[in-house]
Design a protein around this ligand. Structure first.
Ligand code: NAD
Length: 353
C-alpha cells in the first residue's frame, strides 16, 4: 500500500551541468540583484576572484574568510564587508563551510543566496545552519536559511582532492541513509536517495583512480544533490547526532567523522527499521546495509577508525554520555551501553557484526 506522505515542495532553483558557472551572472540578475558579494575560503580565493571578475559590475567584492564551523566572529566581519560594499545578495563558492557563511549572512540580513557547491557535503539544499560561538556549536532550522539558487558546476569538482572526494561522498550518503527511515520521508527523497546510492557506488571507484574523470564527477555531484535535497526535507537521527558530538565536543574533522561512523550507525539502526535500508544493502551488497557500506568505504580507501581521526580510548565513555544525555527520536532506542559499543566498533574500525 502506498504510504501517506507530505511533500514540502521545492523552493530552491537548481542549475546543473558542466560550465554552469558562466550562468551565475544571469542567476543573480534573475533574482533582481545587481551587487553580489562573493564568498569563499582563503584556499579558494582565486576562484572567487575569477567569479567576481565574470560578474563584472554585478560584483560587490570578495570575502575569502569562510572557515570550518561558521564562527560568529567571521560572520560579523563578513556582514560588515557586505554592508560596506553595499551588496544586495551573496554568492557562495565552495564546500559546506562557505555555504554556512552565506546562510549565516542571509539569516541575519535577509540577503538572497546563490550557492555553487564544490564538495558533496550537501549544505546547499537545506534550511539548516550550524554555527560556533564561544567554542560551542549550535544548529537551527529556519526557512530564511535555505538558499534561493544552487548552481552545480561539475567542472569545479575536478580539483576536489581524492581523500575529500571519498569522505565528502560518504558524508552525503549519511544524509540518504537517515532519510530512508526518517518519519517525514517522501517519495521524492526516497527515489533520489536510491538513485544517489547507485551513482556514488559507480562513481567513487573511478574517481579514486582518475579524479578528473568528468563523467564520474557528474554522477557524484548529481548524487550529492539528491542527498542534499533529502537532508533539506527530512529529519535526521542518531548518525548526525553522533557526528555532531564528535565534531563539536572532540574537534574531530567533519567529513572524515561522518565517513567512519556511517557503517556503524547504519548497522545499529538496521534491525529496527524492517526493510527500509534495503536500497543500501541492494546497492552495496554483503547482505546488510551496514556491512555493505563498511566494505564499500574500505574499497575506496576511506578512513575506517575514529582512532585515526584523533579520538582516544579515554574519550569513548564521555562521548557516549554526551550522545545519550538528551533524548531524541531514533528508530532504535538510544541507550548508553548501545552507543558505547557502537563507538568502540567505530574506534577499532571492525566490520559491524
Ligand atoms: P569545507 O567547506 O570546509 O572545505 C574543505 C576544504 O576544501 C576547504 O579548504 C575548501 O576551500 C576546499 N575545497 C572545497 N571544494 C574544493 C574543490 N572543488 N577543489 C579544491 N579544494 C576544495 O568542507 P565540507 O566538508 O564541504 O563542509 C564541512 C562543513 O559544512 C561543516 O562545518 C559542516 O557542519 C557543514 N555542513 C552543513 C550542512 C547543513 O545543512 N547546514 C550540511 C553539510 C555540511
Amino acid at each position: 500500500m502506498t504510504r501517506p506522505f507530505t511533500f514540502p515542495g521545492l523552493t530552491t532553483r537548481v542549475v546543473f551541468g558542466h560550465g554552469t558557472l558562466a550562468q551565475v551572472p544571469d542567476e543573480v540578475a534573475r533574482l533582481g540583484h545587481t551587487r553580489a558579494l562573493v564568498l569563499s575560503t582563503s584556499h579558494q580565493q582565486a576562484e572567487a576572484q575569477a567569479l567576481a571578475d565574470k560578474l563584472g559590475d554585478k560584483a560587490a567584492g570578495v570575502f575569502a574568510g569562510a572557515t570550518m564551523h561558521t564562527p560568529v566572529e567571521v560572520t560579523e566581519e563578513a556582514i560588515a564587508a557586505f554592508h560596506a560594499a553595499k551588496a544586495d545578495c551573496v554568492v557562495s563558492l565552495g564546500g559546506g563551510s562557505t555555504t554556512g557563511l552565506g546562510k549565516a549572512i542571509a539569516v541575519r540580513t535577509g540577503a538572497d543566496q546563490v550557492v555553487i557547491p564544490t564538495t558533496y557535503a550537501g549544505s546547499e539544499m537545506t534550511d539548516i545552519l550550524g554555527e560556533t560561538a564561544g567554542g560551542e556549536k549550535t544548529t537551527r532550522r529556519d526557512p530564511a536559511i535555505r538558499p534561493e539558487v544552487v548552481v552545480y558546476d561539475v567542472d569545479l569538482t575536478l580539483t576536489l582532492p581524492v581523500a575529500l572526494t571519498v569522505t565528502s561522498a560518504l558524508n552525503a550518503i549519511a544524509h540518504a541513509m537517515e532519510g530512508f527511515y526518517a518519519p517525514d520521508r517522501n517519495p521524492v527523497t526516497e527515489a533520489l536517495s536510491r538513485d544517489a546510492m547507485t551513482a556514488f557506488r559507480d562513481a567513487l571507484p573511478v574517481l579514486i583512480q582518475d579524479p578528473k574523470n568528468a563523467e564520474a564527477r557528474a554522477k557524484a555531484l548529481y548524487a550529492a544533490w539528491g542527498c542534499s535535497l533529502t537532508l533539506g526535507q527530512v529529519t535526521m537521527a542518531l548518525h548526525h547526532k553522533l557526528a555532531h558530538v564528535l565534531g563539536g565536543s572532540f574537534g574531530l574533522p567533519h567529513a572524515e567523522t561522518h565517513a567512519v561512523l556511517l557503517p556503524h550507525t547504519t548497522a545499529y539502526n538496521e534491525p529496527a527499521v524492517g526493510d527500509l535500508l534495503n536500497p543500501i544493502a541492494d546497492t552495496f551488497g554483503h547482505g546488510s546495509a551496514g556491512k555493505g557500506l563498511w566494505h564499500f568505504a574500505k574499497s575506496v580507501n576511506a578512513p575506517m577508525r575514529l582512532f585515526d581521526l584523533g579520538l582516544t580510548a579515554q574519550d569513548l565513555d564521555r562521548a557516549a554520555e554526551i550522545a545519550t544525555k538528551n533524548p531524541y527520536a531514533n528508530p532504535r532506542p538510544v541507550t548508553r551501553d548501545g552507543i558505547r559499543q557502537l563507538l568502540q566498533q567505530a574506534f577499532d574500525g571492525h566490520c559491524p557484526a
